[in-house]
Ligand binder design. Structure first.
Ligand SMILES: Cc1cc2nc3c(=O)[nH]c(=O)nc-3n(C[C@H](O)[C@H](O)[C@H](O)COP(=O)(O)OP(=O)(O)OC[C@H]3O[C@@H](n4cnc5c(N)ncnc54)[C@H](O)[C@@H]3O)c2cc1C
Length: 564
């Protein structure tokens, strides 16, 4: 099994059992538990524990790493369970821009006037923040400077980067303060060279610090169940985990790990679980991919396990399109996870799952069609409505993602030449069904059903009619359907191409409900002893990305130990 950066504290499954307190019991129970899921809220007294610790953290990303260090700093023994074969979560391929203000050291050095009160005002005033939990958001704001100091104390280096001065503003981030660390030379996710990859500068130093402080990592294992003393009462006592392979598939060997002080769910969002995300918004149908699905998992299994022992969901209004909790994005073509800032190159250790780099989109040189072969929008419209509109029905309301099936970018050989596109490995994913070509438009349309999400064949005559109509707009200079202004290039030279261009889903802004200590609460509003949550698994704070996750991770780690 491959383990992170190969540091001395790496823990293989075998070593993990050998070095753990209850190693002798482990093999037998793990074998006995193979493949059989226990009752969700099985009484803890029945469970034979393989391993014991104080705190179990589920997930080794932006929230899990700070949670583990904070718990360790409070004196707890900590095991981090991670589904992937390396630490980092999607945070490792992030741009590393952390919205964290309130008057941190860099802000003071730059002469920026900021305070927790000002951050609170900034992030609670906008109308779209109305679903946030104000008390939890206040705690998040009040902990920002302390968390900035915590990051520096644990090796995150903000000083060597050219953007040392906190930046004002940032897309999707309401706190106008963003700091960004220097990137780390060792990373598993090699993001395309035109994209920032400073997330490695957060997670690698935190990993190093965690290992140096004695945190143990159990990689390639996934949480399947949470144990509580009684089905809906008493303490959370531990978890059941299952080994997974490098394709994220279960190997079915299980372990029961006891947590003397608590379990902290830091497992990211729910964007990759269609059943879960459509509870909030039924328009988030299966064709939408999730923007980190080949680097980490966000399948909501830990949240579901928590719900099975009584946890409630919080601030669920943020899970709808209107809450923009699952903001779609676009930007790359011909690859399943086409988030523009997550494009990976073949040097990446996770490229075998990504399969292709993808093509930088050329909106002015394509037609966008839905699965029926019809256009639905001005391809060059990059307004907010355009940004959200890729799956609009032709008669749809601007700004609403309607669950409209796959979206294909159609272009021709001239576009390929002009843009210098590669049409094979590693640029496009033909084998996976995200890029097709044909000598005629009919031949092209006839292949698209090989894509998993193209549920019915695209009629070739419809695609041909759509292209011919568009070409006539180029001749006249007037798009009578969608008033597109940029009508430079006809689609006329074979071979013709179809590239996956369906929007990809982002953050989860809703999740488990928690009190201001990040302790999960039940449907009656009572805190569940021993169960904590942070990062995108947490509902209640409507903030994009790393700042929310790192701050709440640290709070959860700290409070979990202090409460016990
Ligand atoms: C390309 C890209 C760029 C981004 N850039 C920025 C940016 O510049 N600024 C910003 O603020 N945000 C950015 N983000 C968003 C940010 O990275 C995420 O919001 C943040 O990492 C979420 O933190 P998390 O701890 O909730 O989840 P993650 O960091 O994803 O960590 C969750 C971990 O839990 C693991 N896990 C899940 N389920 C289980 C299970 N059952 N058992 C065990 N482990 C499990 C996952 O494999 C994962 O490693 C970016 C995201 C992407 C994809």
């Amino acid at each position: 099994m491959r383990n992170g950066t190969g540091g001395p504290k790496d823990v293989s499954r075998r070593n993990f059992l050998r070095t753990s307190a209850l190693a002798g019991v482990g093999g037998a129970v793990a074998a006995a538990g193979m493949g059989s899921a226990p009752a969700a809220a099985q009484e803890s007294a029945d469970i034979a524990w393989d391993v014991e610790t104080d705190v179990i953290v589920i997930g080794a990303g932006a929230s899990g790493l700070p949670a583990s260090i904070a718990a360790r700093d409070e004196g707890a023994e900590v095991i981090v369970v991670e589904h992937h074969f390396d630490i980092g979560g999607i945070a490792i391929m992030s741009g590393g821009n952390i919205a964290i203000g309130g008057g941190n050291r860099l802000q003071i050095a730059a002469g920026q006037d900021d305070s927790p009160d000002q951050v609170f005002a900034r992030i609670t005033r906008p109308i779209e923040e109305r679903f946030a939990d104000r008390e939890l958001t206040r705690r998040y704001v009040d902990e920002q400077v302390a968390t900035f100091n915590f990051l520096e104390a644990n090796g995150v280096n903000f000083d060597r980067h050219g953007t040392d001065v906190p930046r004002e503003g940032g897309p999707g981030v309401n706190s106008p303060t963003q700091v960004r660390p220097h990137e780390w030379p060792i990373r598993v996710a090699v993001v395309s060279h035109d994209q920032g990859r400073n997330g490695s500068g957060i997670v690698r130093p935190l990993e190093l610090s965690a290992r140096n402080k004695g945190v143990q990592f159990l990689l390639s294992h996934t949480l399947t169940d949470i144990y509580r003393e009684q089905p809906f009462a008493g303490r959370v006592t531990g978890v059941r985990v299952m080994e997974v392979d490098r394709w994220f598939q279960p190997i079915h060997r299980t372990l029961n790990i006891r947590a003397r002080k608590g379990v902290i769910i830091c497992s990211g969002g729910h964007g990759h679980n269609v059943a879960f995300r459509t509870m909030y918004d039924p328009r988030l149908t299966e064709e939408y991919q999730w923007h980190g699905q080949h680097t980490a998992v966000a399948n909501a299994v830990p949240s579901i396990a928590a719900i099975k022992v009584g946890a409630a969901l919080g601030s669920t209004g943020n899970g709808t399109q209107e809450g923009t909790g699952n903001a779609p994005d676009k930007g790359r073509w011909a690859v399943q996870d086409n988030y523009v800032r997550g494009a990976q190159t073949p040097e990446s250790a996770t490229f075998f799952r990504h399969r292709a780099t993808g093509l930088p989109a050329a909106w002015a040189e394509c037609l966008l069609v839905k699965e029926n072969g019809l256009r639905f929008w001005d391809e060059t419209d990059d307004s907010e409505d355009g940004y959200f509109a890729h799956a609009l029905e032709p008669t749809g309301v601007p700004g609403k993602l309607l669950g409209g099936g796959p979206v294909w970018a159609i272009f021709d050989a001239d576009t390929v030449t002009r843009r210098g596109y590669g049409t094979g490995y590693p640029d496009v994913d033909r084998a996976g069904g995200y890029f097709f070509s044909g000598e005629t438009l009919e031949e092209l349309a006839g292949q698209l059903h090989y894509n998993t999400y193209q549920l019915r064949p695209m009629p070739g005559d419809v695609l041909r009619a759509t292209v011919e109509k568009f070409n006539s707009f180029v001749d006249t200079g007037v798009d009578t359907d969608f008033a597109r202004a940029n009508l430079q290039f006809k689609i006329q030279t074979p071979p013709f191409y179809a590239a996956w261009s369906t929007p990809v889903l982002h953050d989860s802004y809703t999740g488990l409900r928690a009190n201001t200590n990040c302790q999960v609460v039940d449907m009656a509003g009572s805190a569940i002893p021993g169960l904590y949550v942070a990062g995108e698994s947490l509902g209640g704070i409507k903030q994009h990305g790393l700042g929310r996750c790192i701050v709440t991770g640290r709070v959860a780690g700290m409070e979990c130990v202090r409460a016990s």
